[in-house]
Design a protein around this ligand. Structure first.
Ligand SMILES: [Zn+2]
Length: 239
């Protein structure tokens, strides 16, 4: 199976937090999308890996992903090292995506796995294009790596208008009931399960939407400038 877009996150729910709305926008445009989660989230303070796996597959349905898989790297111990690079190269050569999305190297959550995921993916994207890196698959290099979860001081390279799909994106995130606020849960509170978390997330999406003159938006950053064929299609009136 080949896809147009592959999103790679450290833990099941990271891709949803970073770009659920954009994946829905891409799917609505007829793009094939897939997600690779590096770990099962087994070190999380809330939920268990089997519950998290069920939640991830429920979210995959909401996002209309063509595929979702887990590389089973150790949660809390993601690192840019040879065995892990080969695992990611295997996924890149399997899905052959035009674009790869992953955490920004200075991901705003502060979880060390997120920055490590970013470095690992960037390293693997390069190695995947080398014929002598042997995984038994044909070599392949995506056209670009694009980052989500930007550090707050960084201005985005582009923002995707997610206004039309905002509620659907929230449904994908709501699939992760074990991680979010639940009055009946006796498990330890985390950043995600704090009652204010979803409100803060909405403020972020409104902020980025405001930058492009829409209700909601998701922000991305990439090393290279984005090539626009027709700039008149990409700017809103009154900005
Ligand atoms: Zn995470």
């Amino acid at each position: 199976m080949t896809v147009d877009i592959l999103a790679i996150g450290a833990h099941p729910d990271d891709v949803e937090l970073g770009m659920a709305g954009s994946l829905l926008v891409f799917a609505a445009q007829g793009r094939q999308t897939a997600v690779v989660d590096l770990t099962q989230g087994e070190m999380a303070s809330r939920g268990r890996p089997d519950v998290r796996a069920r939640e991830a597959s429920e979210a995959a349905k909401v996002l209309r992903l063509a595929s979702r898989e887990n590389l089973n790297l150790p949660d809390g111990g993601v690192s840019d090292e040879p065995t892990n690079r080969l695992a990611v190269v295997g996924a890149l050569r399997k899905y052959r995506p035009r674009l790869v999305f992953t955490h920004h190297p200075e991901d705003n959550s502060g979880h060390p796995d997120h920055g490590a995921c970013s470095r690992l993916v960037q390293h693997a994207v390069y190695l995947s294009g080398l014929a002598r890196v042997d995984t038994g698959q044909e070599r392949f290099r995506p056209e670009a790596v694009i980052f989500f979860n930007l550090p707050r001081r960084l201005f985005p390279s582009f923002v995707v208008d997610t206004s039309e799909v905002y509620q659907e994106g929230r449904r994908a995130l709501a699939a992760y009931g074990s991680q979010l606020h639940d009055l009946g849960s006796a498990e330890p509170q985390t950043y995600l399960s704090h009652p204010d978390f979803l409100g803060r997330l909405e403020s972020t999406h409104r902020y980025y939407g405001n930058l492009i003159g829409t209700q909601y938006g998701e922000a991305f950053w990439c090393e290279r400038p984005v090539r626009l064929a027709d700039p008149t299609r990409h700017f809103a009136r009154g900005l």
